[in-house]
Design a protein around this ligand. Structure first.
Ligand code: NAD
Ligand code: MG
Length: 339
């Protein structure tokens, strides 16, 4: 078993007298800033002048500064802006303002793992990565709970990097749920693999195929949407709570039998795993990262085209209409959720 840390392993006093600059005030940024402040930490926010988030962070009661200014004032700088723009902002605004003994922190390892950001040798570099969306990081904290977090230390020049990282994660509530130790490499590679093969790619393709087969065979799109898309959350909630066996306990025995005999027909494991290994290999040999960095440099032609195509897909059109009718549509926070 990998090493886990909890609140008893964290000492928030380590952060006393240290100023934390949260750079970015989106999904993760607002949650880290608010949770750390509620945990008694000294937090400022660093943003683009004229950006949309500036007024929001000020309204939430934070002192907001241009990124360079915030980095200069802080002892700990956490990068919570979009991964694709981090390297540019780091180069021009943060690097010149890091002092020896400061800490540079991340919530995802992409820029360190793929060499887009190369910190100076005299600062601590750590990761505090919640395994959940920022809005959940905030709502769980407020509810007295937390989202599990990953911790990794890439550079430990002060000798205190682990204690600082553990205290930081306790400050955002993660120690209440559990902190798992990892490395920048492992976090980045597993995160990219998971989102490409199972969580986003993978599950989206599975839902889309199921929806298309039913509609192509003459069933109503509304029925296909409820069956192949809407219900997935209900099933996943059960898995999340009680594992696959617990989910099987709640569904009918017919459903469970169908799972055993038809699941592997739809997804023949040898073939699927071979495909997944190819995706992993592109992640490990840097070729996926190189393509994504290039795509961003070129103004995202493929990304934008795919996003438009998906939005026009029948499963999305029907889904928008059905969700619009759902009585509780106004109390979910999906509109403001990540991405
Ligand atoms: P986001 O898109 O929700 O927010 C980005 C913020 O950065 C916004 O406030 C935006 O105004 C600001 N910003 C963008 N460009 C900027 C610039 N040039 N200068 C200054 N500010 C700028 O981002 P997010 O989803 O919170 O992601 C932040 C980090 O957290 C990323 O490293 C991401 O991988 C990581 N992460 C996200 C999640 C998640 O669920 N959202 C989970 C774990 C880790
Ligand atoms: Mg995001």
């Amino acid at each position: 078993m990998a090493k886990m840390y909890y609140e008893k392993d964290c000492n928030l006093d380590v952060l006393k007298g240290k100023k934390i600059a949260v750079i970015g005030y989106g999904s993760q940024g607002h949650a880290h800033a608010m949770n750390l402040r509620d945990s008694g930490c000294d937090v400022i926010v660093g943003l683009r002048e004229g950006g949309k988030s500036w007024a929001v962070a000020e309204k939430d009661g934070f002192e907001v500064f241009a990124v360079a200014e915030a980095a200069k004032k802080a002892d700990i700088v956490i990068m919570l802006i979009n991964d694709e723009v981090q390297a540019g902002v780091y180069e021009s605004e943060i690097a010149p303002n890091l002092e020896a003994g400061n800490a540079l922190a991340f919530a995802h390892g992409f820029n360190i793992r793929y060499g887009q950001i190369v910190p100076p040798a005299d600062v601590d570099v750590f990761m505090a990565a919640p395994k959940g969306p920022g809005h959940t990081v905030r709502s769980q904290y407020v509810a007295g709970k937390g989202v599990p977090c990953l911790i990794a230390v890439e550079q430990n020049v002060t000798g205190n990097a682990y204690d600082i990282a553990l205290a930081y994660i306790a400050g955002i509530g993660g120690a209440r749920a559990g902190i798992l130790e990892t490395t920048f490499r492992e976090e980045t590679e597993t995160d990219l693999f998971g989102e490409q093969t199972v969580l986003c790619g993978g599950v989206v393709d599975l839902m889309q195929c199921g929806f298309e087969v039913l509609v192509e065979e003459g069933y109503s799109p509304e029925n296909a949407y409820f069956e192949c898309i809407h219900e997935l959350k209900l099933i996943i909630d059960l898995v999340n709570k009680a594992g696959v066996s617990g989910m099987n306990f709640s569904v009918s025995d017919t459903a469970e039998y169908g799972e055993y005999v038809s699941g592997p027909r739809v997804l023949p494991h040898d073939e699927i795993k071979a495909n997944m290994r190819k995706v992993l290999s592109d992640i490990k040999d840097d070729s996926f990262a190189a393509r994504w960095i290039e795509e961003n440099k070129n103004g995202r032609p493929l990304f934008n085209k795919k996003r438009e195509e998906l939005s026009a897909h029948q499963m999305e059109v029907v889904g928008r209409e059905l969700r619009e009718q759902m009585l509780w549509k106004n109390d979910n926070d999906l509109d403001s959720a990540s991405n």
